[in-house]
Design a protein around this ligand. Structure first.
Ligand SMILES: NC(=O)c1ccc[n+]([C@@H]2O[C@H](COP(=O)([O-])OP(=O)(O)OC[C@H]3O[C@@H](n4cnc5c(N)ncnc54)[C@H](O)[C@@H]3O)[C@@H](O)[C@H]2O)c1
Ligand SMILES: [Zn+2]
Ligand SMILES: [Zn+2]
Length: 395
């Protein structure tokens, strides 16, 4: 089959690789109909997440049609399914607590050492996201093997087209959990750093949860405009002093909740960020935490901090003082996707949530490398790329 493979920083290619096969009784194989490129994929593309090997197939935002099932799969051939990016067994200690991204069974024993050394215990398995998370092939391909297919995937009714439901695989639950982790109360002012897909869905979710005002921060005009259309007030950090503006917009006490939807590759010419750009270039595992530092300064005493943005390693000059002295609540993590699927699918079906506005480009799988390059280099207008195997080439 054809698949998008990783070969090093800024080097991804569509290659011919072996078709996936059923390995375990609970597996299923799906024929991919839509698969998206995520901001998390850019961390792999930029080479700042350790543990990728040449030839690895990327892609964790997947949906398609079931074409083969193992004897213990509950799926049926022909069903359309969205696949959570988190691979979870559904029955371990963490899965039983609905902490699905921490599944203890999905990362094979021989792959666990690196993440256990970094984090104290091993990570759960994720699709297409390095050998730290199990080395599973991703779905930016024609076919995908889905482990635990009796537990993870959600079956999609035929009347809902791919574009409406694809983002259930990751960014919609991620935005939702980010807002949930910010513990939003009806009169809250919430500030969101980053108007990428995750930030935009966090904004949409925070407003749906009843936040009084949501303030979106980025430097890309089109992305900020999308945030404004969702109902957020906007701040362009290249034009406005963010800290001063947020103090004024929160009546001088700081914002009630902050959401860092930027993660480990912050942009901007702030001194700490410039220094960290260099550190990240020379050392693997050095995170750029500029947005998180800003968020910790902006949150009010006793406020709430939610971090959906991905961090992988270590960061210097982290404001532990602000964190402790302000007595904030901090919640973060890879999203427990399976926990939110039914609720969010119902909201898509009844029209409460529409995520199709986000898609800026649909490309055939064969043009996936072009999709990565533009999603990286033309972030303002390339807001979300959906890859479709078999689609006709575009100009
Ligand atoms: N927790 C999870 O399970 C999970 C799931 C999906 C994605 N993520 C992570 O969420 C983050 C965002 O993902 P995305 O797909 O929206 O990525 P993206 O790269 O498309 O968007 C990031 C946005 O942040 C903005 N930004 C950069 N520096 C900034 C700064 N200093 N201040 C304000 N804005 C700034 C960029 O301009 C961009 O618009 C990534 O780190 C991604 O890895 C986490
Ligand atoms: Zn993703
Ligand atoms: Zn589990």
């Amino acid at each position: 089959m054809r698949a998008l493979t990783w070969h090093g920083a800024k080097d991804v290619r569509v290659d011919t690789v072996d078709d996936p096969e059923i390995v375990n009784p609970r597996d299923a194989i799906i024929k991919i109909t839509s698969t998206a490129i995520c901001g998390s994929d850019l961390h792999l593309y930029d080479g700042v997440i350790p543990g990728c090997k040449p030839g690895d197939i990327l892609g964790h935002e997947n949906m398609g049609e079931v074409v083969e099932v193992g004897p213990k799969s509950t799926l049926k051939k022909g069903q359309r399914v969205v696949i959570p990016f988190t691979i979870s067994c559904g029955g371990c200690f963490h899965c039983n607590m609905e902490q699905y991204s921490a599944c203890e069974n999905s990362n094979p024993a021989e792959k666990q050492d690196a993440s256990a050394a970094l984090y104290g215990q091993p990570m759960g398995g994720l699709f297409g996201y390095s050998h730290l998370t199990g080395g599973y092939s991703g779905g930016q391909a024609e076919y995908l093997r889905v482990p635990y297919s009796d537990f993870g995937p959600i079956v999609i009714p035929d009347h809902l087209e791919d574009d409406k439901v694809l983002f259930l695989s990751d960014i919609l639950p991620t935005g939702w959990m980010a807002a949930e982790n910010a513990d939003i109360q009806p009169d809250d002012t919430v500030a969101v750093w980053g108007c990428g897909p995750v930030g935009l869905f966090a904004i949409q979710s925070a407003l749906a949860m009843g936040a009084a005002q949501v303030i979106a921060i980025d430097h890309y005009p089109h992305r900020l405009e999308l945030a404004r259309k969702l109902g957020a007030k906007i701040i362009n950090f290249r034009e406005t002093h963010v800290q001063d503006a947020l103090m004024e917009m929160s009546g001088g006490i700081g914002v009630d909740a902050v959401i860092d939807a930027v993660g480990m590759e912050a942009h901007g010419f702030a001194f700490d960020n410039m220094l960290e750009v260099v550190k990240q270039k020379v050392g693997i595992g050095a995170d750029r935490a500029h947005a998180l530092r800003m968020a910790l300064l902006a949150v009010r005493f006793g406020g709430k901090v939610s971090i959906p943005g991905v961090y992988g390693g270590l960061t210097d000059k982290f404001p532990t003082g602000a964190l402790m002295e302000k007595g904030v609540q901090l919640k973060t993590g890879q999203t427990h996707v399976q926990k939110y699927l039914k609720t969010l699918l119902a909201k898509i079906e009844d029209g409460t949530l529409d995520t199709t506005f986000l898609i800026s480009h649909r490309l055939p799988l064969e043009q996936a490398a072009e999709g990565y390059k533009n999603f990286k280099e033309q972030q303002d207008t390339w807001t979300k790329v959906v890859l479709k195997p078999g689609m006709e080439a575009t100009a």
